[in-house]
Design a protein around this ligand. Structure first.
Ligand code: SAM
Length: 476
């Protein structure tokens, strides 16, 4: 029980006025004071759900399926001495710690039969990346996903999560998301706008979430949300699908934002009913077909999800191309890219997918669809940094290893748990069971990649980026 959860009276009065008749305020307050159940989502870019469940069973992990996400589970662990984020499986990107109700918007987006897994998608407010990584997994790293975030510090976390999870099809941008309708009209096949909000649904995780709650701040943020939704709508192709979601409960930030779009462009789109999204979804369904998840319904955080389909174009008075600056990359000529790809295949048995581009001492692997947005948007990072070059050759990156290392059929070394811990603590290791090799080597633990190393005699020299080095209390 979180007795300290701050639930001010004026907030409770506001909620009582909008609580549906079949739900009770007492249960709402009780659930706000109950700690959240821990939940995770298996990253199918790296491991199947069945293999993950089998792997975690010996460690006493109890995984109870989340009914609206076939890769999501509520988790209880017998031994919690190692923080979840320090387990080998988390460090090698096999799962993402994500609140169960926050898995709903992406489920709603992909439950639509028009969705193109290899299309051009936008995640307009993306950090820290729980939904970006969920989308990328459902796309199977195909097509391209533009992941935008306005806050610089959160952009770094997003980037780290994409790398850990082996995501390769994302272009990251750093703008106020209202630019997309202006700069890229009718560009995206599908859009997620998981909007900034007042976070009323998050009190079970953060007991101070409502410390600065006021009607005025809700109205203010609702105006921002309306602008973001209108812009996202312009950026959506006719025939495309858009999900609007928040982790808040007030009608102003949810139903009223949807209504504002309806008032402007109501004949150009329709909202879908999400009542059949999963068994029992109707318990959270509003008359308009939105999901308004009160925390007591599924014992989760509060959430709101609406999905619309755009039927036809609307006049766009916003359109104005963005200023780009000089694009610093050049496609890598075939005489450089082909031998490099052949060498990587010969050494590791995997072929990197995508188009190779270079800038100064770096070689990058861009998503296949990148050319559709090239010259239209400035990116912070595109795809994946494959290698750094130096006079006599190149060095493959950590992020390449995290994306491709699990699929390598050679050129890897498998560590035991003691060496794996040492490796994650930034130290060199002397793997006993293995014959020493030469050159760069993918370092794995139980079949999944931790990073890159380099053979020096019988020692594997540690090439883990310094910011990823951990202190102790690692692994289960
Ligand atoms: N989708 C994320 C996830 O699942 O991990 C959570 C997104 S959070 C609800 C909203 C995000 O929007 C925050 O990271 C915030 O920094 C960002 N944001 C705030 N104002 C924005 C704006 N005008 N344009 C784009 N992003 C914005």
């Amino acid at each position: 029980m979180h007795d300290n959860t701050y639930l001010p009276d004026h907030f409770l009065r506001h909620i009582a006025a909008i609580m549906p008749a079949h739900l009770s305020m007492d249960e709402f307050v009780a659930s706000c004071r109950r700690p959240l159940r821990r939940s995770i989502r298996v990253n199918t870019l790296k491991i199947s759900v069945a293999a993950f469940v089998a792997r975690m069973q010996p460690f006493g992990w109890q995984l109870d399926p989340v009914p609206w996400c076939d890769t999501g589970f509520w988790l209880s662990r017998e031994d919690e001495s190692v923080p979840l984020g320090n387990t080998a499986e988390h460090l090698s990107g096999l799962f993402y710690i994500q609140e169960a109700s926050s898995m709903l918007p992406v489920t709603a987006l992909f439950a639509c039969e028009q969705i193109r897994h290899d299309g051009m998608l936008l995640d307009a407010a993306a950090a820290p990346g729980s939904k970006t990584t969920q989308i990328a997994a459902l796309m199977g790293n195909q097509g391209m996903l533009v992941a935008n975030e306005y806050s610089s510090s959160r952009l770094k976390v997003l980037s780290a999560n994409l790398q850990r999870c082996g995501v390769t099809n994302v272009g990251m941008t750093h703008f106020d998301a209202k630019v997309f309708g202006q700069w890229l009209p009718e560009t995206f096949d599908a859009i997620l706008l998981d909007a900034p909000c007042s976070g009323e649904g998050t009190v079970r995780k953060d007991e101070d979430a409502l410390r600065n709650w006021s009607i005025e701040s809700i109205d203010e943020i609702a105006a921002v949300q309306q602008g973001l939704l209108e812009s996202a709508f312009h950026a959506l192709k006719p025939g495309g699908v858009l999900v609007y979601s928040t982790c808040t409960l007030s009608l102003q930030e949810n139903q009223a934002v949807c209504q504002s779009l309806q008032d402007k462009f109501g004949d150009a789109f329709s909202f879908d009913s999400l009542a059949d999204l999963f068994p029992a979804a109707e318990k959270a369904c509003t008359p308009e077909g939105y999901l308004h998840v009160w925390p007591q319904i599924f014992d989760s955080e509060g959430f709101f999800v609406a999905r619309l389909r755009k039927q036809h174009s609307v006049p766009n008075t916003m359109f104005k191309p963005g200023k780009l600056g000089k694009f610093p990359f050049l496609p890598l000529p075939a005489k450089e890219s082909e031998p490099m790809l052949r060498e990587i295949e010969a050494a590791f048995g995997v072929v990197p997918q995508g188009n190779l581009f270079g800038r100064s001492e770096e070689i990058w692997l861009f998503p296949q669809l990148f050319e559709q947005v090239q010259g239209k948007l400035r990116f912070d990072r595109i795809g994946l940094k494959l290698a750094e070059t130096f006079k006599k050759g190149y060095r493959l990156t950590h992020e390449w290893a995290l994306a491709y290392g699990d699929g390598a059929s050679k050129g890897f070394v498998e560590l035991d748990i003691a060496d794996a811990r040492e490796f994650m603590m930034g130290r060199d290791v002397w793997p006993e069971q293995e014959a020493a090799g030469t050159g760069e080597v993918i370092v794995r633990y139980q079949g999944h990649t931790l990073g890159m190393g380099k053979w020096v005699g019988s020692r594997v020299k540690n090439a883990l980026p310094r910011e990823l080095v951990r202190d102790n209390n690692l692994f289960v």
